[in-house]
Ligand binder design. Sequence first.
Ligand SMILES: [Zn+2]
Ligand SMILES: [Zn+2]
Length: 265
Amino acid sequence: MDALGEWAGHAGVRLFSFVRMVRRVSEQLSGMLLEVFFPRSCVSCGDGVEDSGYEHLCRECARELFLVAAPHCRICGYPFHGMLVGPTSCPHCAELDPVFEAGKTIFLAKGPGRALVHELKYRTGFYLLRDIERMIRTSGDYLDFISDAVLVPVPLHPDKQRERGYNQSERIARALARATDGRSRMECLLQRTKFTQTQTSLNREDRDRNVKNAFALLPEAVVIPEQPYILVDDVFTTGATLNACAAALQRAGAEQIKVATLGHG
Ligand SMILES: [Zn+2]
Ligand SMILES: [Zn+2]
């Protein structure tokens, strides 16, 4: 009976690995067929994508994408041109009075950068996150910056999230965590308690007023003072939203807060 049980066990394991192999092969095949019938196109210009190093950016647009490297503003990540002398933050950030200590962005949100952010934010473009991960893995600076921390996505109001079906910052934070190979993890710690109108048409003062006290810690969330936290959002515009989130984390006891965004625009 024991021998029969053992035989059945082995047969079960073999059947399981056979099914897994069939599934893997059929996934690869369907991927190849998709490529043949629906060749990948560039998210920015619609041209075919070949040898650009990315899955969804053509060579021309990959060249046009402005990846940020040092020197840049310490707070928002906006690139400085030439040598850095004098203040380490840009004039915009001087007005912000930031609660967080530093910030970084991967690219400028114009041209192809803007197309990437737009597709992710409004058109469920999660397929782009693999390209984003690739950019981070080869970035050096940005990867170091987001490593060994808890990544906290900027939350959407529940009504907005229901309407959109997802929170793009949460998806981005998860992709950032993946790029660190387990050195950082994503945790949703904040909630948006006030429904705020869209910020796009507001000036800095109105944006500050609009988001002030709009964020709070989730009821079950725990903040550890000595733990580094990095707030994650799709774009850095004036920094008002990120600063309001940083203030909420600080009120909860966080002592080391930074911000990371995909784009600056
Ligand atoms: Zn293109
Ligand atoms: Zn700045």
